[in-house]
Design a protein around this ligand. Structure first.
Ligand code: ZN
Length: 132
């Protein structure tokens, strides 16, 4: 499966349209690419109890995992902010556990062609994982 960052960024931008962010109005979209070539999108969901809010990355990851997907090649995350939205610590932990080999593509929706790429290892070195 060839990894197309632009296609994945476009899928994240499309997923962002489903953002449920009535409080912050800060819409975030994410798209995960499986090894089989499937793309699973997600968007952030906010709660009146702010702490319950869930990021786009985790929504996409939870959707993919609970659909039986286990092997991820990349994730794209987009929002309207300078240089694009970096994953928060919670998302980095979950991605390090379930998508450790995934490339992470980040872009600002105002400049989707300007994609920054990271490895999970660079975003969360020495991640906490339970070794079987
Ligand atoms: Zn997050």
């Amino acid at each position: 499966m060839k990894m197309d960052a632009k296609q994945l960024i476009a899928a994240a931008a499309a997923a962002r349209e489903s953002s449920v962010s009535p409080y912050s109005k800060f819409k975030v979209g994410a798209a995960l690419l499986t090894r089989a070539g499937q793309i699973v999108g997600g968007a952030n969901v906010e709660s009146a109890s702010y702490g319950l809010t869930c990021c786009a990355e985790r929504v996409a990851l939870f959707k993919a995992l609970t659909s039986g997907e286990k092997d991820f090649m990349a994730i794209a995350v987009v929002a309207r902010c300078a240089k694009g939205p970096m994953p928060c610590g919670a998302c980095r932990q979950l991605l390090a556990e379930y998508a450790p080999k995934a490339k992470v593509f980040i872009a600002d929706t105002a400049a989707l062609h300007r994609v920054r790429a990271f490895t999970m290892k660079s975003l969360l070195p020495s991640a906490f994982v339970l070794v079987p």
